[in-house]
Design a protein around this ligand. Structure first.
Ligand SMILES: NC(=O)c1ccc[n+]([C@@H]2O[C@H](COP(=O)([O-])OP(=O)(O)OC[C@H]3O[C@@H](n4cnc5c(N)ncnc54)[C@H](O)[C@@H]3O)[C@@H](O)[C@H]2O)c1
Length: 359
């Protein structure tokens, strides 16, 4: 007996994006068919660097209006060797995130059962973090310009924007996430020693918002010191909030410390729910392994689980992640995690595990 039905837009885009999104949809369909508690309907959008090269646009006219009709977006990766990265990123991913006000980027990381951290002595449970990244302004606000292009006296500016509204909403969101986690511990990452305007506002707003969350323990850390703490004392960290640039970098480090960039998910959330939120693996198009069938689909499975939770299907979300961790624990792993399995073999193993556990 099926109950709720969700309309999902899939945008596989470039490189290994189509390979991992196909794997994600296969696992999600298997879960929906097995549990029978919800339905998913996918609409594919072929927006990619190929589309851009043919039409001059990543997103066709009216594209965002079509996207807005869906409950959520499952995204692969964007980036092609023959398109400058700033064109592809701003043409597709940021062209969705920014108008849809997906201001909260959520990046959980943990060491899965059956996988290994490159850190000596770091076991499953020792590293279990959520990084909250400001996703709408900061260093990636798109402010700046270039003059005297190509001349020896050329100048370029890249201006970081920190608005009180923007900082306050991400702080509130981060405190709420920290409050729901067992340790109720939030680290506010900053660089207010060197960046004495935007980052000082960031710190002040964090301090003010903290008053509304007396049960959350807060500490403040400079971003450079944070990298060493992540490596040397991973067990002292739980929830982290950081700017667009800082969290972008810290979350790749986090993914590597948890074992591989091939397992980490990202949610781009509009917490007001006025627009669909977008879910994607943290990794990019991975040109070096595109088309080889060896991309790790686990990041997309975890992404799919995050999407289910956001849609209100928390039980299905947990069940999907349990099946994925069981498969990792059974040693069905891609090369980035030290295994020999390919994308299809891992996907088939997850589908079989879903059927075995819940069928
Ligand atoms: N959100 C996005 O769409 C996004 C994110 C990051 C990079 N990019 C774009 O992707 C392109 C390549 O960027 P990059 O090389 O810096 O980062 P990348 O994440 O694509 O690859 C970095 C390394 O990690 C490996 N890797 C990544 N995902 C993997 C997976 N699922 N399984 C196994 N190995 C995996 C790659 O093979 C590569 O060696 C660029 O055009 C960049 O702009 C896009």
């Amino acid at each position: 007996m099926s109950s709720k039905s969700y309309s999902i837009a899939s945008i596989p885009a470039d490189g290994i994006g189509p390979e991992v999104v196909e794997a994600g949809i296969t696992a999600l369909n298997a879960l929906a068919d097995t549990l029978k508690t919800f339905k998913l309907e996918f609409t594919n959008y072929d927006w990619s660097s190929e589309t851009y090269k043919k039409t001059g646009k990543y997103i066709p006219d009216g594209g965002l209006d079509s996207l807005k009709q869906h409950d959520a977006i499952l995204f692969g990766a964007v980036g092609a060797p023959d398109v400058p990265d700033h064109i592809s990123l701003w043409g597709l991913r940021l062209a969705i995130c920014q108008p849809f006000q997906q201001y909260a980027n959520v990046r959980p990381t943990k060491v899965f059962r059956g996988t290994q951290s490159p850190l000596r002595n770091c076991k499953t449970g020792d590293l279990d973090w959520v990084i909250i990244r400001e996703n709408s302004e900061g260093e990636y606000a798109g402010q700046g310009g270039r003059s005297h292009t190509g001349k020896p006296w050329e100048v370029a500016t890249e201006t970081a924007i920190f608005s009180r509204v923007g900082v306050e909403r991400i702080m509130r969101f981060a405190f709420e996430v920290a409050q729901k986690r067992p340790r109720k511990l939030l680290t506010v990452v900053t660089k207010s020693n060197a960046q004495r305007n935007g980052m000082v506002l960031w710190d002040e707003v964090a301090k003010a918002v903290a008053k509304d969350f007396p049960d959350v323990t807060v500490d403040k850390m400079l971003v450079d010191a944070m990298t060493t703490r992540m490596v040397l004392k991973p067990e002292t960290i739980d929830t982290i909030v950081a700017t667009n640039l800082h969290a972008d970098i810290l979350s790749d480090l986090a993914a590597a410390l948890a074992g591989s960039i091939g397992i980490a998910p990202t949610s781009n959330l509009d917490p007001t729910r006025q627009n669909p939120s977008m879910f994607e693996p943290i990794h990019g198009s991975a040109f070096d392994i595109t088309g080889k069938g060896i991309a790790n689909p686990v990041a997309t499975f975890w992404t799919a689980a995050e999407m289910l939770e956001w849609l209100g299907e928390a039980d299905a979300s947990k069940k999907l992640l349990t099946a994925v961790e069981n498969v990792c624990e059974a040693g069905v792993l891609t090369a980035d995690l030290g295994g020999k399995a390919n994308t299809k073999e891992v996907t088939n193993a997850v589908v079989a595990e879903i059927k075995k556990l819940y069928g």
